[in-house]
Design a protein around this ligand. Sequence first.
Ligand code: AKG
Length: 243
Amino acid sequence: MTDIETFMNNGFILKKKLFSEQEINKLDKFIEQQMQKNISANNVQTSTGKLSMSLWNEPSDDLFGKFSTNERIVNPMQDFLKDEVYHYHSKIIFKKPGDAGFDWHQDYGYWYHNACLYPDMASCFIMIDNANKENGCLKVLKGSHKVGRISHDNQETGQETADMERILELEKRHESVFIEANKGDALFFHSNLLHSSDKNRSNNSRRTLIVCFNTKKNNPFKKIAHSSYTPLIKSNYNSILEY
Ligand SMILES: O=C(O)CCC(=O)C(=O)O
């Protein structure tokens, strides 16, 4: 199967070693420096506790931007979504030891409410640390993007949680896949793919940089949250190490 066929059939594709160890070490140091400058991280509350996340809408003109607009991500995204894509937002999930997991949801469960008419949206989940079952790697229901958008309950915390009656049924029909991966690997996944994650039960953080894309033709019909269409200027392959 080609990468496009895999993405179409399964709703995701894991690309091993999309970024080198040297590139991820550079990102790791950059995050450390930004934390010292107090980049804001907000607490997210889920049914299993709390974790922290930083989110920004515009692709920043710094090392984060060299990742989020990198041709290694943008070119496949355009192939998967079959349109020009733009940066919708990026976020870093800091899943520290003991931090919570995410309840079952589709990202389009959120983005639907942001005036995006079609689920022609996807994310690239870049592993900054190795991810495994113990530290709360992502879990997906393979092929579940084909069910379309299912209803979500809006929790008091602001988190959207997919209808559990349907999840229990879908779990019988779709394989649950734990995305165990190494730092530098990257998961591309469709906005309707059902996913969740467990708490971090290890002694180390499990951090990810998640870059979310929308398509040009799916520009939100009104401004609610995240970015509207702005042409994306791609960064070339070498731009991370050159930065
Ligand atoms: O980082 C995780 O464990 C899950 C993140 C997630 O589900 C999301 O950002 O939509």
